[in-house]
Design a protein. Structure first.
Length: 86
């Protein structure tokens, strides 16, 4: 592998590293939930991108689980009613 023939001085080293600085994160607002999100990325709070839900969020999973539980309880209640009436 090639080695440098001359030492790079402090000024040139720092000029070389001038592009290594971190840039500020550019944010836009999600069209679905109005939360700040990176442009051209899925919104982390609602999981939507271009009007379609791409990923399921914890809130979505929790809501679905709650609906399922209520449906199961309602079914159990109806079953108990039918057994009571017999």
């Amino acid at each position: 592998m090639a080695n440098p023939k001359h030492r790079k001085n402090r000024s040139r080293t720092r000029m070389h590293r001038s592009h290594h600085a971190l840039k500020l994160l550019q944010l836009s607002f999600c069209a679905h939930c109005k939360a700040p999100a990176q442009p051209h990325m899925v919104c982390p709070s609602c999981g939507y991108y271009k009007g379609k839900q791409i990923i399921k969020t914890k809130a979505d999973v929790k809501l679905k689980r709650e609906e399922k539980r209520k449906k199961r309880e309602e079914k159990e209640k109806q079953r108990m009613q039918s057994l009571k009436n017999k």
